[in-house]
Design a protein around this ligand. Structure first.
Ligand code: SF4
Ligand code: SF4
Length: 186
C-alpha cells in the first residue's frame, strides 16, 4: 500500500503489470509472482473490480502517486516503481522488462534527481513465474557514474546490475494459485 494520495488526473489505463508481477497470498486470492491474475483482462484491467480484494484497492505503484512522465507507466517503461520503502527514503525500481526507456534521458535525469536528494535506490527484477524477485541497493554504485558525469558509464552500470541480478539462484515463492473472489466461504 502506498499510504500516499493518488494523482487526481492519472489512471492505470491499459497497464495491468501489478496484477501480473506482484504476488498475492490472500484467503480469496493467491497468485504467484509473475502470474497474471486470472481475474485480469490483459491490457484492460480488473474483471472483478467491484468486489476485488482490499489489497488490490490500496496497492498502487509510485507512478500513480508521483509526477513521473507518461513514459514511466510500467507497461511502457518496463519499470514498476515500488511503493514499499518510499516513505523511508528508498525507491525500488522493479524492472519487469528491459526496454530502451532505461537508456532514456528521462530515466537518467529522474535517477540523478533522486540520488541528488539522498534517496537510496535499489534495482530489482522478477525471475521465472513462481519465484521471488531479487533486489540490490545500487545507490553508491550508480553515484560513481553520476559524480563523474559519465552517462555511458551510468548506462553500463545499470545494465551490469541487471545482468548480475539475472544470474541469481531463484527461490520458489511458495504461493499456490487460488481464485475465490466472490465465492462464499465454506
Ligand atoms: S503497475 Fe501501477 S500503473 Fe500499472 S496497473 Fe499497477 S498501479 Fe496501475
Ligand atoms: S483481483 Fe483484480 S485488481 Fe486484484 S490482482 Fe486480480 S485483476 Fe488485479
Amino acid at each position: 500500500m502506498t499510504g500516499l494520495p493518488l494523482l487526481p488526473d492519472r489512471t492505470c489505463g491499459g497497464c495491468v503489470e501489478c496484477c501480473r508481477y506482484i504476488p498475492l497470498d490472500l484467503p480469496e486470492l493467491a497468485k504467484p509472482t509473475g502470474e497474471l491474475c486470472a481475474y485480469c483482462i490483459d491490457g484492460a484491467g480488473c474483471g472483478v473490480h467491484a468486489i476485488r480484494p482490499q489489497t488490490c484497492r490500496t496497492w498502487f505503484c509510485v507512478w500513480r502517486v508521483v509526477e513521473l512522465s507518461d513514459d514511466w507507466r510500467p507497461d511502457r517503461s518496463g519499470v514498476i516503481v515500488r511503493p514499499d520503502g518510499l516513505q523511508d527514503g528508498e525507491i525500488t525500481l522493479y524492472v519487469i522488462e528491459r526496454t530502451d526507456f532505461l537508456e532514456s534521458d528521462d530515466f537518467f535525469d529522474t535517477v540523478v534527481h533522486w540520488l541528488d536528494n539522498d534517496i537510496r535506490l535499489a534495482l530489482s527484477i522478477p525471475g521465472p513465474v513462481g519465484t521471488y524477485p531479487v533486489r540490490a541497493v545500487v545507490t553508491d554504485y550508480l553515484k560513481q557514474a553520476i559524480t563523474a558525469g559519465d552517462r555511458d558509464l551510468f548506462d553500463r552500470l545499470v545494465a551490469y546490475s541487471l545482468d548480475s541480478l539475472a544470474n541469481h539462484a531463484w527461490q520458489p515463492d511458495g504461493v499456490v494459485a487460488r481464485y475465490a473472489v466472490g465465492e462464499t466461504p465454506s
